[in-house]
Design a protein around this ligand. Structure first.
Ligand code: PLP
Length: 366
């Protein structure tokens, strides 16, 4: 039987390149606490993403929790359930109440047409997700937020390097969270960042990620620990050098899939958004009336050792841990539910062979 093909495979620089990058860590014995790699990566990411303020964190989830805390949000946060567990959990763990808005059937991002009706006097923020790197309707969201005096925090975990009319996903809303988890397009093994325009917000997150410690004898805030270490930052510095070449390779895989699967009745491919520069992070397919159901395709691929992923399924408002909570009802977000029941993300990574893409498509088309 052929080797297992997983839905993703982490990209890596050459072993020697990483060793050369971490040499100075050995020399200095400075392993964490905002060392030189941390500083260099923050600067490099600010330039790559075109973000005025960047702060690095241990992972994307803690980035989200820390930004919600830094903004001092208490109340209802409007979000969508077609996302990874992290988004909804971060809202709940911060003591806020998620209010679920349905998604747009084309982009799977929050549907601004349904958003305003969910605003109450307790609403404090909107937390939309750039699903699969598809950008939310950032202009409509900004208009609604401004009209009602709400903060906007984007979950941009899928949108590293995505731009709309030349403007980076890092620049929308009051803040944008990125994940640099090993499975993401750009990674630091584990890691994350918050990008924002307001230096005071960045400063507050910097305080929160290091116990609120301001100086050797000053502890100004009740912070936690969410600092990125030097080895992760070094991995980021290496990976950033290769990113453009990797995005090119991912683009070729995506185009190959599109050539094979585009136009097939009952298969819905991801929307191509006008003016949006994609990062080719995921290849979701919605199985809607084609030869096989989503679950049948998943099983047929698994028989050949090809592990696709039902992503996002289940949607977050139907998680076991939230059963019975008021407001957690997948029936109230029918589009998210419909897509969640039918979507499969196909293997996509740097180095996925064209023959394997063909094999996957042959199984799907049966
Ligand atoms: C990966 C991911 C996160 C969490 O990021 P981690 O770095 O794994 O903590 C949050 N939201 C979405 C949509 C993600 O894909």
């Amino acid at each position: 039987m052929s080797e297992t093909i997983n839905v993703t495979r982490s990209s890596l620089p050459d072993y020697e390149e990483y060793c050369a990058e971490i040499r100075s860590i050995w020399d200095s014995h400075w392993l964490t606490n905002m060392g030189e790699k941390h500083e260099a990566l923050e600067k490099a990411l600010g330039e790559y993403l075109g973000a005025p303020c960047v702060t690095l964190l241990t992972n994307g989830h803690l980035a989200l929790e820390n930004v919600l805390e830094a903004l001092e949000l208490h109340g209802e946060i409007i979000t969508s359930p077609f996302t990874f567990a992290s988004t909804t959990h971060a809202i709940v763990r911060s003591g806020c109440t998620p209010v679920f808005c349905d998604v747009d059937p084309e982009t799977y991002t929050i549907d601004p047409k349904k958003l305003e009706a969910l605003i109450t006097e307790r609403t404090v923020a909107i937390l939309p997700i750039h699903v699969y790197g598809n950008l939310c309707d950032v202009d409509a969201i900004a208009r609604i937020a401004e009209k009602h005096g709400l903060k906007v925090v984007y979950d941009a975990a899928h949108a590293f390097g995505v731009k709309k009319d030349g403007v980076s996903a890092a620049c929308f809303g009051d803040a944008a969270m990125f994940s640099f988890h090993a499975t993401k397009v750009f990674h630091t093994i584990e890691g994350g960042a918050v990008c924002c325009k307001d230096p005071a917000l960045r400063e507050r997150i910097c305080d929160l990620k290091n116990f609120g410690i301001r100086g050797p004898e000053e502890v100004a805030f009740v912070g936690g620990n969410a600092k990125m270490n030097e080895f992760s930052a070094a991995m980021g510095l290496c990976n950033l050098r290769h990113l453009d070449a990797w995005l090119e390779e991912r683009r070729a895989v995506v185009e190959h899939y599109r050539a094979r699967l585009g136009g097939v009745p009952g298969l819905r491919l991801n929307a191509v958004q006008p003016g949006v520069q994609s990062n080719y992070a995921y290849f979701p397919v919605v199985f809607d009336g084609c030869k096989y159901t989503r679950d049948e395709v998943f099983a047929r691929l698994a028989e050949q050792n090809i592990i696709a992923r039902k992503y996002f399924y289940p949607i977050t408002n139907s998680f076991d841990c939230y059963r019975g909570r008021p407001g957690f009802d997948p029936e109230a977000t029918p589009v998210a539910r419909y897509v969640g029941d039918r979507v499969l993300t196909l293997p996509l990574y740097v180095g996925l062979a064209p023959d394997d893409v063909d094999r996957i498509c042959d199984i799907i088309l049966g």
